[in-house]
Design a protein around this ligand. Sequence first.
Ligand code: SF4
Ligand code: SF4
Length: 365
Amino acid sequence: MGAAKEEHVCKSQDIPGKKWKFSEILADNKIKERWEKVRKFFFLRESTYDMTNKCNIRCEGCYYYEGEKQFAKENKDIDAWRSLMKAEKKRGITFVVLAGAEPSLVPELCQVCYEEIPLGAVATNGIKFISENTGYKIHISVWGNDKTSHKLRGAKNMLSRQIENYIDDPRAVFVYTFTRNNIDEAREIAEILADKRCRLTFNMFSAPSGYEGELRHNPSSLLHTRETIMDLIAQYPENILYSAYNTAAHTHQTGLHGLYGCSYPRMNPSTDIGLGRSFRQYRTDLTWDRDAACCVPDTDCDDCRHYAAGSAVVTARMFRHAVNPELFKAWLDYVDTYLSVWVTGYEKGKNLCDNLTAPPGFKVF
Ligand code: SF4
Ligand code: SF4
């Protein structure tokens, strides 16, 4: 951490009870610059869409094959999807997340979405290439090394197939999901991906409702994950899209809902403003259910540390973080990270804060 940043930390800690005005926080040029950079994207309004109920592999702990949504009838009609996207645009949706099961199995539907709403991301296992014509961010899920992937996902040579498909593709972000059992493998994966110039971010396994299997995190696996991520960020700053505050928030013993209060309709009864009003999670039959609507439905909310959840839940809490420079820098790093992972063409800046910062109202663990 540089001297200027240390000054901030001291300043905010040395003046107990000081009430910072927002203008005082923005007096720091680096903070101001980053704030101006991220605030241009506050127009983003997301919804998510299950594109198909088929997948070319079957993973343990997959949240898609939990609950009712997997049984929705598939609508494969391109015109119906185009109409839905037009209606979504009219409703104010500016960002789509295409998920599933596996969206790469229905490329024509992904393309229609892109033609109507050009900002978005596709969550894929990366085995089948998605054409460059679909200019969304491509999030490629990695659950460990090839031995582990074979065991948990039933697919051979997964990482090399994923890299072959997406090497040097500016859309691609590899998303390494930490489970209780694959923490040390992240070092091996990060080295391979960095060597191939690929970009990597992190996700935390968040147990589906009722799941008691061996992937669920516990306090010691959360701590071990935290230390591992902090080392990797320092080791591969060019390749890893993450920050110390992402680490603090997602490896905390308390899940995201407990720390910040989830804004998605499933946990948020308010329809007045924000995600509670605008967010929908469409099933493959193009219906949606307010009671189930969040980016990772059928996940156990108490265990939710999912990266997609954080991209909305943490970023929505700007005012809680705009109370001193230290906390606001941490929040800006989080937003900068989230935009670089989710928005095509957005480049992450250097993190402003290299130390673990406690979420507002909580201790650091
Ligand atoms: S690749 Fe994704 S959708 Fe397919 S089974 Fe695995 S977790 Fe589920
Ligand atoms: S699973 Fe996560 S994102 Fe979904 S409602 Fe629960 S806390 Fe919110």
